[in-house]
Design a protein around this ligand. Structure first.
Ligand code: C2E
Ligand code: MG
Ligand code: MG
Length: 647
């Protein structure tokens, strides 16, 4: 509740009183002038006529001064606060002086006046006193005392005279002034209440208006602003962007739309907590606000994503602008004892070059950012046609992949992993194939799309089921040689809290021994929530399942993590086998040494030649896999392959 302070209320009261008093003043002054002239010039009182003229001149001068005061009040600046109290004081001083002057006139003249003049004096003064009771109602003291001042002494004077008719007139005058006092009091009280009510109403209206304004501001905030950063939210940004596009179309001005995504934000959130994450976002928003002027629209698009538009920017200007933004965001963030550093990747789409639609521009800038982050984070990427084609293909694959299981377009193939000395087959790696309306889409392409669009769990579970069933089948058929199955599992599957249950049910449904299943995971798991990963791997191992680190050497992993992880096998990546003649050999030797120390078996994948197989076998690598031994086989060929290679 916003209450007006008492002095302010009093000021309003005085101003309203002054308004009422001055509002009635002109007529009162003119009547006074007319009445005084009538009495002075209408009756010739020989003995004191000169004094009457002097009085009249004095009264006229007073009326002139009061009239000037009225004009000044009328012409004051109504928007400015003016001192109502002083104005009231000025006004009542003038009124009281004129009352006193009338009193003096009557007292002085009545002993010289004849009965007619006296009667006129009584009538005029009573009329004036009667009128004043309402005209002066805005000031109670003046209203009440005016009639008394004018009539009281005059009536007493007459009462004390020896003429009987004067005594009667005096008595009437006194009675009239008492009645006028009572009337004036009532009228003044009524006026005072009316003014108070008016001000209270005005105050209420004012408070209501302020409340409505506050509510409107709150609603605006809730529906348009991001609560954390105070920047525009999605819907407000879209609205303003559409307006900006209309304006640009009309004036032929280009616009650059920048999609800004923070680099390393997730890590801050995961390691230092959401509170610190929030602080980073707020700081980033503040830094971005420094770049905003009338030509720029800025919003938090979601998570750690921000959008900013730049009206009138061509390609070069937009890229320079984006680089400046990246530099600004990359400056250190200092919070209490923490000094943090993050970066940003920016994707740019241009209006009208790339699109004329708001939502499409955002999508294209997002795409540009996405590809830029993949290829070279912390830099600027401009949208291009090739990205559009990639995006189009991604969308097509995404839609196709969602239906691939139902349409029976997926199947598993199995590539043998052999013992390096005997070449006896010890396992098969299960590899997924997708026949998408006649096109064989490589798993390297569609697995990442499945991961990106939330399809990996359903596909991964299907792979696990199929692989377990297949392994159970070949184990049934081959009594002597019992190769296990190696299934590739995405990091996202491991993150799923139901993953262990899925594995158990796949094993159960196929009636496959857990010892016959190996889970292949890539090194990239180390960049994720290590605790969960370690926990899952331990759970798998406690069930008897083996764990293999795939594509070893291609991504970052610290030695200590590998040591803690205690996997069963390391699969060194094909890229090192290809470089056996150059530095690949040294790396393989070093990894082999480390693996032996940590008690891991090693598999070398991508063996394409006999020479490679021999070298790796001599190096003591336990198992080998590659086209040299066999390409991935259809399930129908697996059993014959096992039988053939066992004999
Ligand atoms: P990966 O797990 O490292 O699988 C080995 C890849 O190397 C397979 O490619 C295999 O066909 C290929 N390969 C094996 N020997 C040779 C060789 O001598 N020369 C050459 N040039 N290539 C060889 P593929 O089947 O295209 O799979 C590629 C990747 O896709 C896999 O790499 C794996 O990361 C992923 N992937 C395949 N199936 C699945 C799956 O069911 N689930 C998951 N999450 N990922 C899968
Ligand atoms: Mg693999
Ligand atoms: Mg591999």
């Amino acid at each position: 509740m916003i209450a007006e302070d008492p002095p302010q209320q009093a000021a309003y009261y005085h101003q309203d009183s002054a308004d009422l008093l001055y509002g009635n003043a002109k007529a009162g002054i003119l009547v006074t002038l007319f009445a005084s002239s009538l009495l002075v010039f209408g009756f010739n009182t020989v003995e004191i006529q000169v004094q009457k003229y002097i009085w009249w001149a004095g009264m006229s001068l007073l009326m002139l001064v009061r009239m000037i005061d009225v004009y000044r009040w009328d012409r004051r600046d109504k928007d400015q606060d003016c001192d109502g109290k002083k104005a009231v004081m000025r006004f009542i001083s003038g009124a009281l002086i004129s009352g006193i002057m009338w009193c003096a006139y009557c007292l002085y003249v009545f002993s010289y006046a004849n009965s007619t003049e006296l009667a006129c004096m009584i009538i005029v003064v009573s009329a004036l006193a009667g009128g004043a009771a309402t005209v002066l109602a805005a000031h109670r003291f003046t209203a009440m005392s005016y009639a008394l001042i004018m009539l009281g002494p005059f009536s007493i004077g007459m009462l004390l005279s020896f003429e009987q008719y004067q005594q009667i007139l005096g008595l009437l005058g006194l009675a009239f002034s008492v009645v006028m006092m009572i009337t004036a009091k009532k009228s003044a009280d009524f006026t005072r209440n009316a003014i108070r009510l008016k001000n209270e109403n005005a105050l209420l209206v004012n408070q209501m208006e302020q409340k409505v304004a506050q509510r409107t501001a709150k609603i605006y905030q809730l529906s348009n602003l991001d609560p954390l950063t105070g920047l525009f939210n999605r819907s407000a940004f879209m609205h303003h962007l559409q307006e900006q596009l209309k304006l640009s179309e009309k004036n032929g001005i280009p616009i650059a739309l920048l999609f800004i995504d923070l680099d390393g934000f997730k890590k801050i959130n995961d390691t230092l907590g959401h509170e610190t994450g929030d602080k980073v976002l707020k700081q980033t928003a503040k830094r971005l606000e420094q770049f905003r002027d009338e030509q720029h629209l800025l919003c938090r698009w979601g998570g750690d994503e921000f959008l900013i538009t730049f009206m009138g920017a061509d390609q070069d200007m937009a890229v320079n602008y984006a680089n400046t933004i990246i530099n600004k965001i990359s400056e250190y963030y200092d919070f209490e004892s923490n000094r943090l550093s993050i970066g940003a990747t920016v994707g740019i789409a241009l209006y009208p070059k790339h699109s004329t639609k708001a939502d499409e521009l955002i999508q294209l800038a997002d795409t540009a950012m996405y590809y830029q982050k993949k290829s070279s984070p912390r830099s600027v990427g401009l949208f291009n046609k090739e990205m559009r084609q990639r995006l189009f293909r991604e969308q097509k694959l995404k839609i196709g992949l969602a239906e691939a299981i139902d349409k029976q377009q997926l199947r598993m193939v199995y590539q043998p992993i052999v013992q390096s000395v005997s070449h006896q087959v010890v396992a098969f790696e299960a590899l997924l194939r997708w026949d998408f309306d006649g096109e064989n889409v490589p798993p390297d392409e569609f697995i990442s799309i499945a991961e990106q669009y939330g399809l990996i769990n359903s596909i991964g579970n299907w792979v696990l089921q199929q692989s377990c069933i297949a392994a159970a089948e070949w184990l049934d058929a081959c009594k002597n040689n019992q190769p296990s199955v190696s299934v590739n599992v995405s990091v996202l599957q491991l993150h799923n809290s139901n993953f262990i249950e899925f594995v158990e049910s796949a094993l159960g449904a196929a009636q496959l021994d857990a010892e016959k299943l190996t889970i292949e995971i890539t090194e990239s798991i180390f960049s994720n929530d290590k605790e969960t990963m370690f926990h899952r791997i331990k759970e798998l191992q406690s069930m008897g399942i083996k764990v293999s680190i795939d594509d070893f050497g291609t991504e970052y992993s610290s030695l200590s993590v590998i040591q803690d992880l205690a996997a069963d096998t390391i699969k060194i990546d094909r890229s090192f086998i290809n470089k056996l003649n150059t530095n690949g050999m040294a790396i393989i030797k070093a990894v082999k040494q480390m693996a032996s120390t940590l008690n891991y078996d090693m598999i070398a994948e991508g063996i394409e030649t006999q020479q490679q197989a021999e070298i790796l076998s001599e190096l003591g690598i336990e198992m080998l896999q590659g086209y040299y031994f066999a390409k991935p086989l259809e399930l129908s060929k697996v059993k014959s392959y096992i039988n053939h290679h066992s004999s």
